[in-house]
Design a protein around this ligand. Structure first.
Ligand SMILES: [Zn+2]
Length: 273
């Protein structure tokens, strides 16, 4: 095979590995990002919950304060009982005292309610806080792990870039640029052999004259359909049947159609099982 094609194939291996590593570089921090997002959601949840808890505690303090006030009023009323002179005064004071008592009872219930809510909130807060610090610790570990992994991948990339420079110093820059773009867009396959008159990258039949050009010229040719670089593979060509490219195309086309028919028959059959 011509030297330029061997070099391009070596380069293709190097570049494919490089692109793989580059996409990994982008992919690797994604898990960390997800954890960080989850941490910030957790943080918000914690802050909201803490706000609820503070409101609750404030409410309890307020209720206790009011309760103390009513209790004081009741005690004072009870003391006034000693100075009662008439039945009417007694009834009025007794009514006042029992009103205070009933308000106290009501407030005591409210306080108990609020206190048990407060207890729940405080337990939730504790468990949120635990989850929060666990996630925070995980993120610290993850960051370290990712940093060292990224470092390793970056080193591998820089090794590949050195290899790239070694392979391609005397190659045409414009052609290399084009090759690089094809590799990126065609999933790492930028140079393919012509097999039985067909581009083995896009499987289109190539014009005969074009094939002859590829075969006889030292220039680099790009597939007119998929832009991949084509080379004439003598080994593959020796197994090629005598005949035109069109006939060869027809036979492989028929194989495809038969394959497809088999597939359809099988699936139809499965439906009846
Ligand atoms: Zn092609």
């Amino acid at each position: 095979m011509k030297e330029v094609f061997t070099k391009l194939q070596d380069l293709q291996n190097v570049l494919s590995n490089k692109y793989q590593l580059e996409s990994e570089l982008l992919e690797i921090p994604r898990s960390l990002k997800m954890k960080e997002e989850s941490l910030s959601r957790q943080k918000k949840k914690f802050i909201d919950l803490n706000g609820d808890y503070e409101l609750n505690q404030h409410g309890i303090a307020q209720l206790r304060n009011d309760f103390g006030h009513i209790e004081q009023l009741r005690l004072e009323a009870e003391q006034r009982m000693d100075q009662i002179k008439t039945q009417r005064e007694y009834e009025a004071l007794d009514k006042e005292i029992s009103e205070y008592s009933s308000r106290e009872l009501d407030m005591r219930r409210k306080i108990q309610n609020q206190e048990s809510k407060g207890q729940e909130l405080s337990e939730q807060l504790k468990s949120e806080e635990d989850a929060f610090s666990m996630l925070e610790a995980e993120i610290v570990d993850e960051r370290l792990r990712i940093e060292s992994l990224l470092e390793k991948k970056r080193n591998e990339i820089s090794d590949l870039e050195n290899e790239e420079v070694n392979i391609a110093p005397d190659m045409d820059k414009e052609m290399l640029y084009k090759f690089d773009r094809i590799l990126r867009s065609k999933g790492g396959k930028g140079i393919v052999p012509i097999s039985q008159g067909i581009c083995s990258g896009c499987f289109m039949i190539l014009p005969r004259q074009f094939m002859n050009d590829v075969r006889s010229s030292d220039d680099v040719h790009f597939c007119p359909y998929c832009s991949r670089i084509l080379f004439y593979d003598e080994a593959a060509a020796s197994g090629e049947r005598v005949g035109t490219g069109v006939l060869d195309y027809d036979s492989s086309y028929r194989d495809d159609v038969e394959g497809l028919t088999d597939l359809v028959d099988d699936s139809d059959f499965e439906d009846f099982e």
